[in-house]
Design a protein around this ligand. Sequence first.
Ligand code: FES
Length: 272
Amino acid sequence: MGEGIKLPVLNGLGRTNRIDNWLRQPLAMGIALTAAMIYTAVRLFLYPDTIHYNVNGATVMSPIFSPNVLEWELFGLNDWNHPGWVNAAILVLWIPFGFRGTCYYMRRVYYRTFFASPVACWVDEPEINKKIGYKGEKRLFIFNNLHRYFLYAAMIILAIKWWDVTHTLHFTEGAAQGWGICIGTLVMGFEAFLLTMYVTSCHALRHLAGGVLDRWTSPIAKLRGKLFGRISVLNRSHGFWFWTSLTFVFLGDLWVLAVDAEMVSDMVLFAL
Ligand code: FES
């Protein structure tokens, strides 16, 4: 039944019968991703000097440069006589890049925006795509299979980001001394929260929690099944967490730059 029926798809790049504004979403996503890559490159290679600021002795770190591994005593990194162009972000960013770059949601985004394969449902793709066809996760795309390993590394980065938030809580100088919060705490805390939501809604984490099992019957398996269900709920909004966590990396960085340039000022909101 139905064999030989041809769907009325118009042939030719970008041709479609759709009457809605189907180009808006992929266009916005393409511009946002390109802007994110350009901003990161400029920050890493042209303006890498300002990576944190100080509020009454507490350190507020730019999300792009957190964790600042060059301050770690581990492996003598703090004593390392590194080349001038090396900074913390250059050493660490391959992890978030790899994690986001191999993300299942991100694959959908770049297939649509950069490869037009297809740009949107029911919209025709370039002839070259049809010639090449879909060959699965092979050649360069074989790296997508590393996603679960990037997930493990991203979880470590996430834990360190929360650790960095604690560095904004202790004020040792000035009038307001003690434990409390400043505006930078809210900025760093919100960035860490959004990243936590992005990581905990990950498809690979869901598989780690409750995948492989045939049935969730034993007590441990039941627990894994519950976790699977919870992550599945978060997973429905994975795209939302992808974009909000990515956006806040840059907003947080702009905040640090603005405070450092004295365009705005941070303050201790309360200290005990
Ligand atoms: Fe998107 Fe894992 S699937 S981060």
